[in-house]
Design a binder for this molecule. Sequence first.
Ligand code: KIV
Ligand code: ZN
Length: 524
Amino acid sequence: MSDSRRIRIFDTTLRDGEQSPGASMNINEKLEIAQALAELGVDIIEAGFPIASPGDFEAVRQVAQAIRDTVVCGLARCNDQDIDRAWEALRHARHPRIHVFLATSAIHREFKLKMSKEEIIARAVAGVRRAVSYCDDVEFSPEDAARTELDFLCQVVEAAIDAGATTVNIPDTVGYATPAHIASVIRTLRERVPNIDRAVISIHCHNDLGLAVANSLAAIEAGAGQVECTINGIGERAGNCALEEVVMALRTRHDVYRCHTGIVTQRLVPTSRLVSNITGIQVQRNKAIVGRNAFAHEAGIHQDGMLKERTTYEIMRPEDVGLSRTDLVLGKHSGRAALADRASALGYHLTGEQLQTVFQRFKELCDKKKEIYDADIAALIEDELREVPEDWTFAGYELQAGSGRTPQVVLRLRHGDEVVERQVADGDGPIDAVFLAMEQITGMNVRCRDFQVHSVSMGKDAQAEVTVEIEYQGQPYRGRGVSTDSIEASARAFLNAINHAAASPGAVRRVSPYEPQAATNASQ
Ligand code: KIV
Ligand code: ZN
């Protein structure tokens, strides 16, 4: 690939991505995603904004300690406290990067910062110098660069490079740019900033006009050497440039861009699934590269063309992004080895114990469902991998419900070796009744903030995947459950969220009168 330029992939799923409404992640979840990003082959992981909260600090610190072969980056505003805190979190990283930012556009200068252009330059230089005093790898971002006067942007960038910045990132913070505009910004910087060769130019686009990927590609074509992006394009408001899209565009249209990345593309779909399961943000079906329909051919004429020659209607091979071509895979005669094989083809590494549990659930599923698709298997595995140390597990329910009548539910939860049962005749519907019974048994008083049901695969017997977000003592917790019975899936999801909440440090719950140690097998 001698005539091919290597583009660095800077992943900010854990920082800008986490700024998506409802996407907050705990430290273990961040560590799991960081590990997956390292396996995906990203060059830089932006692990968080250490000054933002003790949780953010700790997440950056732990990611910096755990990830050894990828650059780990922490964000800081251009002030001493932020930068010192960022360094404190990053100091044990093998390859640390401090990313400092300061807004430069007239709107931000006048209304947010109330600073003159000279003051902005002085602050940017001071911030970069302080970061450089800690580590060699320093990135500077003039926030809202896309709306900054070009002459001033050139001055700020030159000053930041002189102060020691090794990467200068050009953010389109509000997703306002167009491809031609952003390309001309990058070209201008390359032409007018005398020391530009001493730094890598990076691009960071938001998706408010649906142009984040197009703008990032235009910037790369104009000479940017790093692209900032997130898995599934999650991020503030309409999100960021989607990593999987920009990477596959560069790869598929190498004839146009003449660029390559270090991404192991076969890990794109598993990483997308992981981020979606952890954040609870579902990927839309028709999403490019990782959406469920991205490689589905519905029209007969397309299917006919595909059978004759794949390339008639397919520009990428599903297996190159981590999807298998044969979707209908296993059934009740399949053994453990076949399941293990399928799991690893889907990108999961299961321990013997995990495989055993998943196999058990797979067999149960085979009794309910004739055809088991990849998505069913992935859903079972995700359920197993996402398990929290469970206070309570689901043990069954009976329900009487109908239009215009109050539902009656008998719910059973297991706690250690004991099963606790509770009957409730209340609620707006059967699912509400199950949730009320669960709150009574566990003694956890929560508010349900979000509730979503999806079918995992096709057909009337498809598994339902339910995700819920609850609020407990002011904090959000997510849960997920899968079953061919949508009420059971809802119960499992709600219980999973409750277990998450109960396991969180500082959770104070009222003691349930139904806990085994207080009263066993209480029913009413
Ligand atoms: O969008 C933005 O401007 C940012 C910066 C902090 C890089 O996320
Ligand atoms: Zn951003």
